[in-house]
Design a protein around this ligand. Structure first.
Ligand code: GAP
Length: 447
């Protein structure tokens, strides 16, 4: 049974992921990626970008600002509705997201409905609750020279928000892209970047964060064929998660989100749930956002969001299909899938069976003995040539060879190459496979 604690511990020990601001006692809901985590994250985001953007003719990239004009969030509905049901225990003053501590209720739960569940406080065990209050999850900040003693009105006039989804940076650039490129419909705008949510209860390592990264596409379509486009994006999403990222299809479950639970902008949503170590949770969402966002922007900005069909000259506001995935949730799914404890030659080991394309290092090169200059110099030669060819190659001459294998297993390096005395004679090296621990001899020229 894979435990989340074991994954958290490996991530810290081996330099994948650390608690944000660890040195000052941490900052809840924030995480810092160490050297190996940064590479893993980049391999995953690059794989997404290649699959959804580079390999297609109908996708365009966007990299929009995080701080946007606050009218964005008025128009999108986030100022009014991007809120979670907050409930406070009157005994111990702990605050919770009501729908996360009681069964059978959703985000729109009322105080009466919540009280009827007779939920006990997860901290003190009492049942003495205050009313449900709506808590807007957008982080606020002030833009420009605002001082703490400025009057409330002028401070309010300078309020801005850290974006809670990357999507609005795409929608607000739809017109710019159409004016600059006039792409054929359907076309998509893709963006990767940070999103911020003041989650009431960040939890489960990197699953629910206050600062996270999203990869989102707004795919602009003709309104009349949204169902076919939705199905295409649904199939593509499975292909990405399963073939490109290598997740086990048996661990991915589709959840048709009922109307009452859907985001305010969606006419249909399928959540792709994943079997995480602590249970099934949302990994990504696929939503049919209709023309909700473009119409809101047209109303708020007074600018037309209509698209002119290149053949018929007909004008209409495109509809949108949106696949949206959290990078941290995908990383956790990848780590949880890869984390394995097994036994090799009677010795217990931890091994991260990452797909070769995602592993931080593809090869580790070592001299059998660190104190034999002829082995070290030959090993350096092999290391340099592989590094030039593949880039993500590491060097390790620490400890003994067994310890090096253990370390490389834990960080998921698929192949370890060892230069020994035979190498000096016949130009062959040992390649050890991470998953089977089997070793073969290969000619250096064939690496
Ligand atoms: N633009 C649509 C949107 O933002 P969402 O369902 O709120 O929809 C999309 O978020 C994805 O972003 C989720 O499926 C999840 O992977 C990720 N996500 C959302 N909130 C998150 C959080 N607090 N921490 C980590 N990932 C989160």
């Amino acid at each position: 049974m894979k435990k989340l604690d074991d994954i958290v511990s490996l991530c810290k020990r081996r330099g994948f992921i650390f608690q944000g601001s660890d040195i000052y006692g941490g900052m809840a809901g924030t995480w810092d990626f160490g050297p190996l985590g940064t590479t893993l994250k980049k391999n995953i985001t690059d794989a997404w970008w290649k699959f959804f953007v580079e390999d297609r003719d109908d996708m365009y990239g966007i990299d929009a600002a995080i701080i946007m004009n606050p009218r964005t969030w008025e128009a999108s509905g986030h100022t009014a509705t991007f809120a979670d049901p907050l409930v406070e225990c009157k005994e111990c003053k702990s605050r919770f997201r009501a729908d996360k501590i009681a069964d059978g209720i959703n985000e729109s739960v009322t105080t009466e409905e919540f009280l009827a569940t007779h939920t006990k406080c997860p901290v003190c065990g009492k049942e003495n609750w205050g009313p449900i209050r709506k808590f807007n999850m957008m982080f606020t900040t002030h833009v420009g020279a605002v001082l703490p003693d400025d009057d409330a009105e002028s401070a309010k006039n300078n309020i801005a928000y850290l974006r809670p989804e990357t999507a609005q940076g795409i929608f607000t650039n739809y017109k710019n892209v159409v004016d600059a490129f006039y792409p054929d419909l359907p076309f998509g705008l893709a963006q990767q970047g940070k999103a911020f949510r003041n989650e009431i209860s960040p939890r489960d390592f990197i699953l629910r964060d206050r600062e996270c990264s999203q990869m989102e596409i707004e795919y602009f379509i003709r309104p009349d064929n949204w169902e076919q486009e939705f199905e295409k994006m649904r199939a593509l999403s499975h292909e990405f998660l399963e073939r490109v990222i290598g997740l086990d299809p048996a661990q991915i479950h589709e959840l048709e989100v009922p109307a009452a639970d859907r985001a305010h902008y969606s006419k249909r949503t399928i959540d792709f749930m994943f079997d995480y170590p602590n249970g099934e949770e949302e990994l990504m969402g696929l939503a049919y956002r209709t023309d909700f966002d473009l119409n809101n922007i047209a109303r708020e900005s007074g600018k037309s969001m209509e698209y002119r069909d290149k053949v018929t000259n007909e004008t209409f506001v495109p509809h949108v299909i949106e696949p949206s995935i959290g990078v941290e949730r995908l990383i956790l799914a990848v780590l949880a899938s890869a984390y394995t404890e097994d036994e090799i030659d009677g010795n217990k080991r931890i091994v991260l069976k990452l797909p070769e394309t995602l592993a931080p290092y593809r090869f580790c090169v070592s001299p059998l003995l660190k104190n034999k200059p002829e082995l070290v110099s030959k090993a350096k030669e092999v290391y340099q040539s592989l590094k030039t060819k593949y880039g993500n190659v590491t060097w390790d001459d620490s400890g003994n060879i067994g310890k090096r294998y253990r370390k490389q297993d834990e960080i998921g390096t698929p192949k370890c190459i060892v230069i020994d005395f035979d190498t000096l004679e016949d130009n062959t090296v040992t390649i050890r496979d991470r998953d089977t621990a089997k070793q073969i001899r290969v000619d250096i020229a064939k690496l």
